[in-house]
Write a protein that binds this ligand. Sequence first.
Ligand code: 8OZ
Length: 361
Amino acid sequence: MSDLFQPFQLGPITLANRLVMAPLTRSRAEAGNVPGNLVVEYYAQRAGMGLIIAEATQVSPTAQGYPSTPGLHTAEQVAGWRKVTEAVHAKGGKIFVQLWHVGRMSHTAYQPDGQAPVAPSAIAAKAKTFVAGQGMVDCSVPRALETAEIAGVVNDFRTAARNAIEAGFDGVEIHGAHGYLLDAFLRDGSNHRTDQYGGSIENRARFLLEVMAAVTTEIGADRVGIRLSPVSPVNDSSESNPQPLFEHVVRELEKLHPVYIHVVEGYTGGPRDNAPFDYEALRRLYSGVWMVNNGYDKAMAEAVVTSHHGDLVSFGRPAISNPDLARRLQENAPLNALYADVGLYGGTGAHGYTDYPSLPA
Ligand code: 8OZ
């Protein structure tokens, strides 16, 4: 049996195996962006994964950009998530939550008082989101965060991380990928600032590193991970020179030492070789746990763990369609395909969410 199905020590917690459910936006939160019983059932069904990373969860009201995404900034949201973590723990699973601020990947319809979303610079993402009653719409033109406002956003991440621990999560993953606020600050395509948060690589990385410093101080570095997507162009992300940028980020993360770094290799949900990038060079800069993602199957996962190019492997779409993915991989059982009639994010009910079959016991 390969190491893939052996226990793995992640900081203070022991994972049953090295298989991770990637964070996946599913838009099933109820009124007040509170996760309800359907969300409890969905995550409990998937507790056989060594680690679940619950879907991107907003740290504040301005952090939202899509319908029915959950939050961790109200007491009701904390109470809703507590039911999720209790159900996963009761089945022997472990669960982190991904904390995000969408930045410019938003629309005035989601913002308090219909204000403009916030971003490093007032440059609209050439991307779309979904607004009820309007369908797919262009992201709104954002306004640039004032320098003096940044500490407040850092504090929102700190508070949400504290709330996550209160809700019973084993830890948090900071969303530093996919063109959302922290990633948009990293990249020269979206960050045209002239203050200490723009210009040089050091300046563009400052906000993300301040968030990581605040959150690791608040709940302990061994309960904090981070996700990066060095060359993924999703959500209109662009960067003229990603290799030195991400090498700087990882070198600085080595000092803060979060419990893992989670890297999306290539184009999220698409080709792994869309742009040249030396992931091994990044990995060599980090002495902690390295989690890899994007298009892995069992053979690729075994190879990456055996060769020590990765410690943990996260799965997205297969974890949606297979509640018992870890068992199926271990037993070489066939995997369910995604249902053709429901989108990945669409729908409000159980279909395409909690109604994928498990193997008989
Ligand atoms: C797809 C739709 C909405 C959000 C990401 C959180 O890309 C997301 C997301 C993906 O990280």
